[in-house]
Design a protein around this ligand. Structure first.
Ligand code: Q46
Ligand code: ZN
Ligand code: ZN
Length: 317
């Protein structure tokens, strides 16, 4: 297996590109894919202050590393979810990485700052852990970014993540989610701009990037991910990709080119009016936003505000 660029010994092959790369040219490949996403989707201006959502996993640490190596001003945010040893280990990985790069990492502990952790929130709200977790993380990320003056939030969603989400949204014809499944969500209604610079890179490439760059990340799956449908979709999609390399890329980028506008137009016509949450001021379709309602259920179930038309937020992915 020879590197496509220099014909030296390759360390990785990427079947959907029909190419293999040596260590040096693999790094170049990864950087060029990220630069291409940033340019194509207008993700970043050179001086943007970026907050990278860091979980301690391969994708978010790789993303932080790539943005720093491209000379962006990128700090990290680690959210302590309170998921036992898993959270302790993942926080450690994020902290070790930050120290090794001389980068700044904000740490917010859900229990200390918001009065509940994810296992407790999921039980109190009678919601799936990942739903509770996703809602909490989105809110906290946005709140922290606003508070500290960051212009952009960057998350480590890779091509595999996006394809699995798209697949699930299509299976359930979740039109609202389809209308918002884009690599950039602009600043609007009090939400900070959100970007996904890894959309052109797969899970396997991100793992290889971390190993080759000496980035120590948490390999174990979150113990609360059991039953997560996204994992089943990924398994099914991997089988299809193995048989026909490039299918995932075609599915996702084909959707962005040919499907997204259709769903966005539809959603624009039927979008509900947004108000301010009576508790925290965040944009919401009900009286009280989904996060505040979750927090009330988790910390003070006796006083849960009733009458919110919908517990499901009109969320940004
Ligand atoms: S951390 Fe949270 Fe993931 Fe664990 S509870 Fe689910 S969403 S699986 S990225
Ligand atoms: Zn090479
Ligand atoms: Zn609120």
């Amino acid at each position: 297996m020879k590197c496509r660029v220099c014909r030296g010994q390759a360390v990785i092959d990427i079947r959907r590109h029909n190419a293999a790369f040596c260590r040096e040219h693999f790094f170049e490949h990864v950087q060029s894919q990220v630069k291409r996403s940033i340019k194509t989707f207008g993700m970043l201006a050179p001086d943007d202050k970026i907050l990278v959502a860091v979980s301690g996993g391969k994708d978010s640490l790789a993303l932080w590393d790539i943005l720093l190596s491209l000379d962006y001003k990128a700090d990290g945010l680690y959210i302590g979810l309170g998921i036992g040893e898993y959270s302790n280990f993942s926080q450690e990985k994020a902290e070790v990485f930050a120290t090794s790069r001389g980068a700044h990492l904000h740490v917010v502990n859900m229990k200390d700052s918001y009065g509940y952790d994810i296992p407790q929130g999921a039980v109190s709200a009678r919601r799936a852990p990942c739903g509770t977790c996703g809602l909490s993380k989105r809110y906290v990320m946005n709140q922290q970014a606003c508070k500290a003056g960051y212009e952009v939030i960057a998350t480590g969603h890779n091509l595999d993540d996006e394809v699995a989400t798209l697949f699930g949204n299509v299976l359930h014809w979740n039109l609202d989610a389809l209308s918002r499944q884009r690599p950039v969500l602009p600043t609007e209604h009090g939400f900070v701009k959100k970007i996904k610079p890894l959309v052109r890179l797969g899970e396997r490439e991100m793992a290889a990037y971390c190993v080759l760059r000496g980035i120590d990340y948490i390999v174990e799956e979150c113990p609360m991910s059991e039953g997560n449908t996204g994992i089943r979709y990924k398994e099914a999609l991997n089988e299809i990709e193995n048989a026909s390399p490039g299918t995932k890329h075609q599915f996702f980028f084909g959707f962005l080119d040919r499907g997204l506008d259709h769903f966005s137009e539809q959603a624009g016509v039927s979008a509900p009016e947004l108000k301010s949450c009576s508790n925290c001021g965040a944009s919401t379709t009900g009286e009280i936003c989904a996060f505040c309602r979750l927090r009330q259920m988790a910390t003070d179930p006796e006083r849960v505000t009733v009458g919110s038309p919908s517990f499901r937020p009109r969320r940004r992915h």
